[in-house]
Ligand binder design. Structure first.
Ligand code: NAP
Ligand code: MG
Length: 482
């Protein structure tokens, strides 16, 4: 194909509509306060390493202040408010997020490195949708089948990762508030800016002070929140490693916890699959959000007799992926979120080379500044390779093959994780059979990476505990509910 066939003129989104402060305090009890130690750290744009702002490092005593504010708001205001009124605040937040959607999208792209096309069309609309959805539940909890007059826990500590900063905030805060809890949330160190903008939205919505508190900081801040005796429940999304640490540290405290952890999803393509659609689904499954997706389809498991055809089409499609400026509306693949994540992707990919798999990437020019990794596939991967077992959390696909459907299921389930899976087949009966046999919390058929606030999300085994979203996602925020 003519290389210039898909050449596009740059179409950069303006960053004029976001105003980033030179530095930020902590959002505690409805107001901006300075951290006790005055410590600050930088958050950067991973696409060009520009320092965007200085962020406060919350210490143990700041965590204590935030938890106390959340407790006071719970006792004095939020638990006394009729559920219908709580719902109105959620609706108000959702509408303000929609009104400020472009601002949120640009800020998310600057701080995280993801393409504006994704932050604009996926992250921000879905985040608003989560508030709309949960606003509707606030006064209907008695009818959710979760027990009679279910009660909130009280104060919830929430810790989120950097891959979907605003969306993960919405997944956490919307159900917590709808069920009557108050929250202290810690965003990830590399992506705090949309959470801090969300604090402004809380002020704009006139949410009672202390119902939402946003504290920034590193892992030590997260650990202080987990271990604070005034926190009744923990909701964590992040790595399995930190999830295990958290499970251990709260084991004897009686705190309720939901843990949404890692994944190594199988995307299985059977011989009768619609190949062109499957290729789109494979690309979406692993290259969406630079592969920084816990449910990414990072293991492609293809039936042997269609392997050559599928691989040729996949490579051709991959050579059309546009890598570059995340603010350009044409960009498909943006920057890797941090130098540390890039190093992890490089190290695991190098293990693929040394363990005998074959690496392939299309020709693409990576920018000289910032953190970048070309879309990559490894073929000749066996189940013992590290790239087939460990979560790479980057734009790297491991390709394996199978002969019989039973072998596909065995390979797919041969992982300590169990978050998601994909099935590509024209036969409904095969899809139903395979989805029953797969040990994964979310299974997509002839599509991938589809999300909806009404649909519960969560994993088996080392992918975590509990569900988020839907009616199921309310239960972890209510005492005794199943
Ligand atoms: P991470 O290192 O576990 O960090 C997640 C959050 O926990 C961050 O806010 C982090 O703060 C904080 N943290 C670090 N150490 C802590 C500790 N000892 N106690 C309490 N909090 C602590 O994970 P990540 O690298 O940011 O995110 C990638 C991982 O998240 C992947 O494994 C991915 O699969 C998983 N993930 C899962 C889901 C899901 O729904 N299942 C969704 C998205 C991501 P710092 O930012 O300061 O380190
Ligand atoms: Mg950043």
């Amino acid at each position: 194909m003519d290389k210039n066939f898909f050449e596009y003129a740059p179409a950069p989104e303006s960053r004029a509509l976001v105003s980033i402060k030179a530095q930020y305090g902590l959002f505690i009890n409805g107001a901006w306060v300075e951290p006790k130690t005055k410590d600050k750290f930088a958050t950067i744009n991973p696409a060009n390493e520009e320092v965007l702002s200085k962020i406060s490092q919350a210490s143990d005593s700041d965590v204590d202040r935030a938890v106390k504010a959340a407790r006071a708001a719970y006792l004095k205001t939020w638990s006394k408010m009729p559920a219908k009124e709580r719902g109105k605040y959620l609706f108000r937040i959702a509408r303000i997020m929609q009104e400020r959607a472009r601002e949120f999208a640009v800020l998310e792209t600057l701080d995280n490195g993801k393409p504006i096309r994704e932050s604009r069309d996926v992250d921000v609309p879905l985040a608003a949708a989560h508030f709309f959805y949960h606003a509707g539940w606030a006064d209907k909890l008695d009818y959710a089948g979760l027990g009679i007059n279910p009660k909130p826990h009280g104060v919830v500590g929430q810790i989120i990762p950097w891959n979907f900063p605003l969306l993960m905030l919405a997944w956490k805060i919307a159900p917590a508030l709808a069920t009557g809890n108050t929250v202290v949330l810690k965003p990830a160190e590399t992506t705090p800016l949309t959470a801090l903008l969300f604090a402004e939205v809380c002020q704009q919505a006139e949410l009672p002070a202390g119902v939402v508190n946003i504290i920034t900081g590193d892992g030590a801040t997260g650990a202080a929140l987990v271990n604070h005796p005034g926190v009744d429940k923990i909701a964590f999304t992040g790595s399995t490693e930190v999830g295990k640490l958290i499970a251990r540290s709260i084991a004897i405290s009686g705190k309720n916890a939901t843990l949404e952890l890692g994944g190594k999803a199988a995307n299985i393509v059977f011989e009768d699959a619609p190949i062109d659609e499957a290729v789109e689904g494979i690309v979406n499954g692993i290259f969406f959000n630079q592969g920084h997706v816990c449910c990414a389809g990072s293991r492609l498991i293809v039936q042997e007799n269609i392997y050559d055809d599928l691989l040729a089409k996949l490579k051709r499609r991959m050579s059309l992926i546009r890598v570059g400026d995340p603010l350009d509306k044409n960009t498909d693949l943006g920057a890797i979120n941090s130098a540390a994540q890039l190093a992890k992707i490089k190290e695991l990919s190098a293990s693929g080379d040394t363990e005998g798999a074959f690496r392939w990437s299309p020709d693409c020019q990576l920018p000289s500044k910032g953190f970048w990794f070309a879309p990559t596939i490894f073929t000749g991967v066996t189940q013992s390779h590290r790239i087939a077992r460990e979560e790479i959390f980057g734009p790297v696909l491991s390709v394996l093959t199978f002969r019989t459907p039973q072998e596909a299921i065995e390979k797919a389930n041969n992982t300590p994780y169990g978050l998601s899976a994909g099935i590509w087949s024209e036969k409904g009966s095969r899809i139903l059979w395979a989805s029953k046999a797969l040990k994964a919390g979310v299974i997509w058929a002839n599509t991938f990476n589809k999300f909806d606030p009404a649909s519960p999300f969560g994993g088996y085994k080392e992918s975590g505990w509990g569900r988020e979203g839907g009616r199921h996602g309310l239960a972890p925020y209510l005492k005794g509910a199943k």
